[in-house]
Ligand binder design. Structure first.
Ligand SMILES: [Ca+2]
Ligand SMILES: [Ca+2]
Ligand SMILES: [Ca+2]
Ligand SMILES: [Ca+2]
Length: 264
């Protein structure tokens, strides 16, 4: 193969790889911080910080809360004021949302535990949905999504929890289908009041983000993130198949060009 043809093929490969990286964004829910959490592919995750509280052990002390979404899922990240987060067995992380911005759809007064976790003591009202992430002693990682306006809460469905203290950049990652939050099909609020609760197991006090009031997160445009998925395998399919197709076309084109030159 001539040098020119090799150079053209290399250029095509670089262009294809660059295009794939720009659009095939995957946040793997594996407890390891993906670089996409710093922004990539036309999406910039929301981010809010929380102080290092002296009375809270740093491995259960929220430092950063981040979020982003695509058409299918909401993605959340929690980092702590320590090298790695700790999730003791059955000690949950709760993400409490006011999905309808309506204070009358809220946690009943009879459910004191969730009212307390969702920071009701400091004036937050209107929480109607709770995303609860926790792990079992057998190693299972679970995310339950609840309608919190009933007592007991009504289970709506499951999300995905990523927790791995041995990861190279350990964080807690959570994904939840937007449909479980009542979003999707054109319903995507600009503002969703939210409170995060991190239970440290036997460590008291627990951390709330914020300490009072609520953080507004945006569901944003349903196309804020393109082609995200929660598994590396799907990214491989999306990235490699089109790449193989373009490489085959490029090789054929190069071959035809060489044959034509030899004949000429
Ligand atoms: Ca990850
Ligand atoms: Ca602390
Ligand atoms: Ca904190
Ligand atoms: Ca509400």
């Amino acid at each position: 193969m001539k040098k020119q043809a090799i150079a053209i093929l290399a250029l095509v490969l670089v262009m294809v790889l660059g295009t794939s990286i720009a659009y095939a964004i995957t946040i793997a829910i594996d407890g390891d911080r993906d670089p996409f959490w710093d922004g990539s592919g036309s999406q910039t995750p929301g981010s809010i910080g929380d102080p290092d509280e002296g009375g809270i052990n740093n491995n259960v002390d929220i430092q950063t809360f981040q979020w982003t979404n695509d058409q299918t899922n909401f993605y959340f990240l929690i980092d702590v004021h320590a090298t790695a987060p700790l999730m003791p067995v059955l000690a949950p992380i709760d993400i409490c949302l006011d999905t309808d911005s309506n204070s009358s759809t809220t946690i009943p007064a009879t459910n004191g535990i969730d009212r307390n976790r969702c920071s009701y003591s400091t004036g937050v009202d209107g929480i109607d949905t709770i995303i609860e992430a926790y792990r079992l002693s057998n190693g299972s990682l679970l995310v339950d999504v609840y309608d919190a306006t009933t007592d007991p809460k009504t289970w709506l469905g499951a999300g995905t929890l990523g927790y791995n203290p041995s990861a190279s950049t350990p964080v807690v990652e959570i994904s939840v289908p937007v449909t479980l939050l009542g979003f999707g099909s054109g319903i995507c609020p600009n503002s969703i009041p939210i409170v995060v609760y991190y239970d440290g197991g036997d460590t008291n006090p627990d951390d709330n983000l914020p300490d009072s009031g609520s953080v507004n997160i945006s569901c944003g445009s349903p196309t804020a993130v393109s082609l995200q998925s929660v598994t590396a395998q799907q990214q491989g399919n999306w990235t490699i198949l089109p790449l193989l197709g373009v490489v085959v076309v490029a090789l054929l084109a190069t071959g035809i060009a060489l044959v034509r030159r030899q004949r000429a």
